[in-house]
Write a protein that binds this ligand. Structure first.
Ligand code: ZN
Length: 232
């Protein structure tokens, strides 16, 4: 039964190590650093896409502007040859419409160029930060690897110790212990300390205490409160 307590100690250590492995804060640091890198990549892609879109818009506007210039030249030629005032008025109106549209296009192009400038500046800053971001992610990965390697070493040593201890315990008792461990939060065996069970921390009544103490020292008893195996 004392051996079972030793096994419990090792099993509890293994449980703690597994939890440490899962919950190492280095996981969060790495996740955050990787997220920062991923977001920068997304930003760069979105920026490139928008720059391309603006290029296309500028090209379209310039094409329209060229078409309008040609039309305007043609209309001005016609204006010099018409005699009827109403016809001249109509032509002048058309020219005004073209001029208004060309102004619109010029304003739009200016806006697009300005947006491109801002985007390019932001991208350049983002790019400068790139090495720092990548370095932080690599350092976070490195730190996590080191922590996990250390925990894994401890797990390997504890597992070796557990295997040795298990080989010294009767299989039937092991099975009972494992079943209790699975259903009672990882603790299948407890020690009687005075009147208290170290598993559930409840005190045994004088009657229960008498009963536990009266049985054969080699017999296996359970805590009457939590039913863990009880070492006296
Ligand atoms: Zn108990």
């Amino acid at each position: 039964m004392e051996q079972l307590l030793e096994l419990q100690r090792v099993d509890s250590r293994l449980d703690r190590l597994a939890s440490q492995r899962r919950n190492a804060p280095e996981h969060d640091v790495l996740r955050a650093a990787s997220e920062t890198v991923a977001q920068a990549t997304k930003r760069r892609e979105a920026g490139q896409a928008r720059l391309g879109e603006l290029d296309a818009r500028i090209a379209e506007d310039e094409e329209e502007s060229t078409r309008l210039s040609t039309a305007r030249t043609r209309l001005q030629g016609q204006l010099r040859t018409v005699i009827a005032p109403r016809e001249a008025e109509a032509l002048m109106h058309e020219i005004q419409t073209i001029d208004a549209r060309r102004n619109e296009l010029d304003d739009a192009e200016l806006g697009h160029l300005e947006e491109q400038e801002h985007l390019a500046a932001a991208q350049s800053v983002d790019e400068d930060d790139g090495p720092g971001r990548n370095q932080a992610a690599a350092a976070a990965q490195h730190a996590l690897d080191a922590v996990l390697a250390d925990i894994d070493d401890q797990i390997a040593a504890a597992t070796h110790e557990r295997d040795e201890r298990r080989s010294e315990i009767a299989p039937a008792l092991l099975t009972r212990y494992e079943r209790l461990r699975a259903s009672l939060g990882g603790v299948g065996v407890a020690k009687l300390e005075g009147r208290q069970c170290s598993g559930c921390h409840l005190e045994l009544s004088p009657g229960e205490l008498d009963e536990v103490k009266s049985v054969d020292p080699d017999a296996i008893v359970e805590c009457p409160q939590c039913s863990r195996l009880l070492v006296r």
